[in-house]
Design a protein around this ligand. Structure first.
Ligand SMILES: *Cc1c(COP(=O)(O)O)cnc(C)c1O
Length: 380
């Protein structure tokens, strides 16, 4: 929560405009985050993961600072281009692409593609001939609050075959990527993945392919309720792991921060719609906000991401609440398994602040479920 956001919200309230929940993102914080990443890993290029917050303001700011962009669709590529990035600063990092989208990306000038199997290599070879490809390897996501499962990547042994297949198809086998899981609170999570990446480099070398690049992915956390290590701490741990596994032949590296770039830059203001109980004896109150899973807080799925919530009555006695959204879907409950402590004095009409919501909120918001409009956003 910055003074600029506080002032913006104060002004908005005093003018009585704009009903409904609102996300406010402070671009100065995004700028600080970009500079912090650049300093923590000075020899590493930053490819901002566009999906975390694709607003034109964020993209234009990062483009002006020199950032590159990790994109997952033709639309995201076009947004990055519109923001001022040149095609050589954009990767098509999704391992799941339609061949005609690969062709469109190629026509837009994109020459760097992610793959994790031979069928995807075939598409890239046909639709984007001669391009660079990097192969994503599996990562178990241990230590991450939002792990990425087995959906993306292949076993390291298979990565060697995938890259050789690319080589034979006329593509440039460029490197390896992985993602250690989002909101990764353990800075040592990169160590094992880098050991595997180094093994793939070695095996590829023996087959006559000299890989150049390791894509270290995202995973850098935002502070929610628990403290997280600093970006500098991550930078040091990653550099140490690179030295350990690659010796004095450290490859070109890139990072793809999403959450870590924009998460702490945003705050959502929401209104308490109802406070109730299910019976007189119930000691857990239900607190319903005007935002829930379908309004942008989808990352509360399985209660994975636990946001810090500030109320105008902080300091009063606390009691556990079930926290829920306003829609008529029973899945629209934020925290129930682990109830959320909120002031007993909290009342209908109170405005609460949900902090650390600059990433993975605005675009997760439904178009008009139950008629609720998508989350309003301001980038200041
Ligand atoms: C989503 C994503 C990222 C960003 O991850 P964060 O944990 O938000 O930093 C980076 N790379 C790829 C390929 C992604 O899909």
């Amino acid at each position: 929560m910055t003074e600029r956001i506080r002032e913006f919200l104060r002004d908005r309230r005093s003018r009585g405009v704009d009903e409904g929940p609102v996300l406010v993102v402070d671009l100065d914080v995004v700028k600080d985050n970009y500079n912090t990443f650049s300093k923590a890993l000075p020899d590493t290029r930053v490819f901002y993961a566009v999906k975390a917050n694709p607003s034109p303001e964020v993209l234009a700011l990062l483009a002006s600072l020199g950032s590159c962009f990790d994109t997952a669709s033709v639309q995201e590529i076009e947004m990055a281009l519109t923001a001022g990035a040149t095609p050589d600063r954009i990767s098509f990092g999704n391992t799941i692409k339609k061949e005609r989208d690969v062709a469109r990306a190629y026509a837009l000038g994109i020459r760097l593609f992610a793959v994790d199997c031979q069928a995807e290599v075939d598409k890239v070879a046909r639709a984007a001939p001669g391009s660079k490809v990097f192969c994503r390897i599996l990562c178990d996501g241990a230590g991450a609050e939002w792990p990425l499962s087995r959906k993306f990547g292949c076993e390291p042994v298979m990565a060697v075959d995938v890259l050789e297949h690319a080589f034979k198809a006329g593509l440039e086998p460029y490197g390896i990527s992985f993602h250690v899981g989002s909101q990764q609170r353990n800075q040592h999570a990169w160590d094992r993945a880098l050991a595997q990446a180094a093994a793939v480099f070695k095996e590829c070398g023996e087959r006559g392919m000299n890989l150049s690049m390791v894509n270290l992915g995202g995973g850098f956390p935002t502070k929610y309720l628990k403290n997280v290590p600093t970006v500098k701490t991550y930078g040091n741990a990653i550099f140490k792991a690179l030295r350990k596994h690659f010796g004095n032949r450290i490859p070109e590296t890139i990072i793809e921060p999403g959450r870590g770039m924009v998460g702490n830059a945003g705050v959502i203001e929401s209104e308490v719609v109802l406070v109730s109980k299910k019976s007189e004896e119930d000691d857990v109150r239900w607190v319903y906000l005007d935002i829930g899973k379908f309004g942008g807080l989808a990352e509360t799925m399985d209660e994975s991401i636990r946001y810090a919530i500030k109320t105008p009555r902080d300091g009063d006695a606390l009691a556990p609440c079930v926290l829920a959204g306003p829609t008529c879907d029973s899945a629209d409950v934020l925290y129930e398994k682990q109830p959320y402590p909120l002031p007993v004095s909290l009342e209908i009409g109170d405005l609460v602040l949900i902090e650390g919501t600059g990433a993975y909120t605005s675009t997760y918001s439904a178009v008009a479920f139950n008629g609720f409009p998508p989350l309003k956003t301001y980038h200041i």
